[in-house]
Design a protein around this ligand. Structure first.
Ligand code: XMP
Length: 515
């Protein structure tokens, strides 16, 4: 169990623990110790946090957590809290350490650092520092400015490090975490994709029983994997609905219709709603308005399809009582966190369904991170084209046309986008980039010369980015020859496009999509 002290690192810690094949969950530091212990954790990790243990509103810790015999590892702020709670000394030394730091491991044996180099690079981010370890603890590492950078009490199974082993800049971080889990807490690496699938299939069967379920497919990884899991569990009791809003990329709808059905054998209802969406979008250029219209229309179409299915099932004497959603663990953690973040864009997901829902939700991915969802998809036999798919926004190409959306503009963009995707795939770059939106500047024209004649066409923008979670991103340094091939092909093959430009903005300040 990862106790979150408000750092941005808690999710990363949970992911790293899972990479060690040990299941982990995140709980807020406000959860009382008794409640944490009642969940029967096999081990506890205290995350870092933005506070100083001396700040007025500093989150504290209940000593009971250390007395229950459950192995505990404190990281950064969690380490300092541990030091203070157990009788060590934490000073506000004024000596800050941020970023890469050299850590010296003490010569005596250490459970956490066993087999790692005597000098190693770690990632630090702290103001206060521990100057004396609690009684009974051995100091296992130090840095140039911090004498007590790690300690442990093997008998009590209590461990702490000042640095962040979860970030990749800590060169032996994963090893340190694994040593805690396997050696300190005596856990086995048994949480595998097969065990996840088996567990979920059993849980879905139990929940749904002999009733029927509906799932909205978007073409994205999450809904596809959720549907495939539920299909494995309840077979023909599941029907999927795919709303084609006419804003899909080239070949996307066909891929859902053919590849997904072929891989899973799922019952699929495809609703062609392109006219309805394009009518509603006619003449609208404002990005937020577009997003709202697409979200609204989507819900209407989905509800209609849902009602039809329920009526058909009802006529056959069956009860449709469940709605499958591809909610992921980060959504669960974040909605529980409830911190007010600014609304940058109104995200529309297939998940954005009405509040007066009369269905019970089936959310087989709500314990999983994205990379785990992909592994489950692979385990279920979904093709790579679906499982390794890069993110694509729910509102589709509708928010990649700067200006009003119409069929002609969509066709232009679809062609340009297909060329860019084809060339990136051919160059073997799909896994190197997070995604590469192609944007049509429909209200911009520039002068060009093509085939000896003057043209007055539109520019398209390539927006290749690298990212870990889409919260921040950097522009990808694509090889010039690949960029050149994309540019040449788009300007030659796509009518009315006479310029290809490259977006070299990171996020922030830019967002990944243009709208
Ligand atoms: P931004 O543009 O906010 O995008 O930097 C971050 C990530 O989210 C995707 N995105 C969306 N995904 N519905 C989605 O399902 C949406 O409305 C939406 N808007 C943006 C975007 O492609 C990127 O991966």
């Amino acid at each position: 169990m990862v106790v979150d002290f408000g750092a941005q690192y808690a999710q990363l810690i949970a992911r790293r623990v899972r990479e060690a094949r040990v299941y982990s969950e995140i709980v807020p530091h406000t959860m009382p110790a008794a409640e944490i212990l009642a969940r029967n954790p096999k081990a506890i990790i205290l995350s870092g946090g933005p506070s100083s243990v001396y700040a007025d509103d500093a989150p504290s810790i209940d000593r009971a957590l250390f007395e229950a015999g459950v192995p505990v590892l404190g990281l950064c702020y969690g380490f300092q809290l541990m030091a203070q709670a157990l009788g060590g000394t934490v000073d506000n030394t004024g000596s800050r350490e941020y970023g890469r730091t050299d850590l010296s491991i003490a010569k005596r044996g250490s459970t956490l650092f066993e087999g790692t180099p005597g000098e190693q690079q770690v990632w630090m981010s702290h103001g206060d520092a521990c100057s004396a370890a609690p009684e009974g603890f051995t100091v296992t590492a130090s840095t140039a400015t911090v004498p007590v950078a790690a300690f442990e009490n093997d008998k009590r199974k209590l461990y702490g490090v000042q640095h962040h082993p979860e970030v990749m800049h800590s060169t032996h971080g994963q090893q340190v975490l694994e040593h805690f889990l396997y050696r300190g807490a005596g856990l086995a690496p048994s949480w595998t994709t097969t065990s996840i699938v088996d567990e979920q299939v059993a849980a879905i069967r139990e929940q749904v029983g002999s009733k029927r379920a509906i799932c909205g497919l978007s073409g994205g990884v999450d809904s596809a994997v959720a549907a495939a899991l539920v299909q494995k569990a309840i077979g023909t009791q599941l029907t999927c609905v795919y709303v084609d809003h006419g804003l899909m990329r080239k070949g996307e709808t066909e891929q859902v219709e053919k590849d997904f059905v072929a891989a899973t054998g799922v019952q699929l209802k495809v609703v062609d709603a392109a006219d309805r969406f394009l009518d509603a979008l006619a003449g609208v250029s404002d990005p937020e308005q577009k997003r709202k219209i697409i979200g609204r229309e989507f819900i209407r179409v989905f509800e209609q399809a849902q009602a039809e299915l329920v009526a058909e099932a009802g006529a056959a004497g069956e009860d449709v009582a469940f709605l499958v959603q591809g909610t992921l663990y980060p959504d669960v953690v974040e909605s529980g966190g409830g911190s007010g973040t600014a609304n940058i864009k109104s995200h529309h997901n297939v998940g954005g369904l009405p509040e007066d829902l009369e269905f019970e939700l089936v959310e087989p991915l709500r314990k999983l991170f994205k990379d785990e969802v992909r592994m489950v998809g692979q385990e279920l036999g979904l093709p790579d084209e679906i499982v390794q798919r890069q993110p694509f926004p729910g509102p589709g190409l509708g928010i990649r046309i700067v200006g009003a959306v119409d069929r002609e503009r969509l066709d232009l963009l679809r062609e340009a986008d297909a060329i860019a995707r084809e060339e990136l795939t051919a160059a073997g770059l799909d896994r190197d980039i997070w995604q590469c939106p192609v944007v049509l500047l429909a209200d911009v024209r520039s002068v060009g010369v093509q085939g000896d004649g003057r043209t007055y066409g539109h520019p398209v923008v390539l927006r290749p980015v690298s990212s870990e979670d889409a919260m921040t991103a950097d522009w990808s340094r694509l090889p010039y020859d690949v960029l050149s091939r994309i540019s040449t092909r788009i300007t030659n093959e796509v009518r009315d496009v006479n310029r290809v430009v490259l977006d070299i903005t990171s996020k922030p300040p830019g967002t990944i999509e243009w709208e």
